[in-house]
Design a protein around this ligand. Structure first.
Ligand code: ZN
Length: 127
């Protein structure tokens, strides 16, 4: 499934079903960013990879967001920025943050920027 254009090389970003630490996850990857196990069992970019854009759907697990969905990834590629709902410990308080693509990490949270109440409401209506 093609989700959009890579922000770094204009290649196609595709969704692939895979497993990470025994859990089923989606991998959103630029078609030019392929990884493989080398002879020392390290997971490295292939010699023909020209891009590094790869994001796993469980990227925000640490902030109690179980999955960054295909829909969210598609929106991020279209709009360069997307709002995500994160949760505090034990799933108590929820809060909203902007997320942007990141050349090194694939995706990153803008911790210093506040999402306005108006945008929170729009998010809740559309989700
Ligand atoms: Zn790319």
């Amino acid at each position: 499934m093609i989700l959009g254009k890579c922000p770094y090389c204009n290649g196609k970003v595709i969704a692939i079903k895979t497993t990470a630490h025994g859990k089923k996850v989606n991998l959103y990857t630029c078609e030019n960013a392929k990884k493989e196990y080398d002879e020392s069992e390290s997971f490295v970019f292939t010699a023909d990879s020209t891009c590094t854009f790869r994001v796993y759907s469980n990227v925000f697990l640490k902030w109690n967001k179980r999955s960054f969905s295909k829909y969210e990834m598609k929106k991020l590629l279209e709009e360069d920025q997307v709002i995500v709902r994160l949760h505090g410990r034990r799933g108590t308080s929820e809060y909203f943050k902007y997320v942007i693509t990141d050349k090194e990490y694939g995706i990153s949270i803008l911790w210093d920027e506040e999402v306005s109440k108006k945008e929170e409401e729009e998010f809740l209506i559309s989700s």
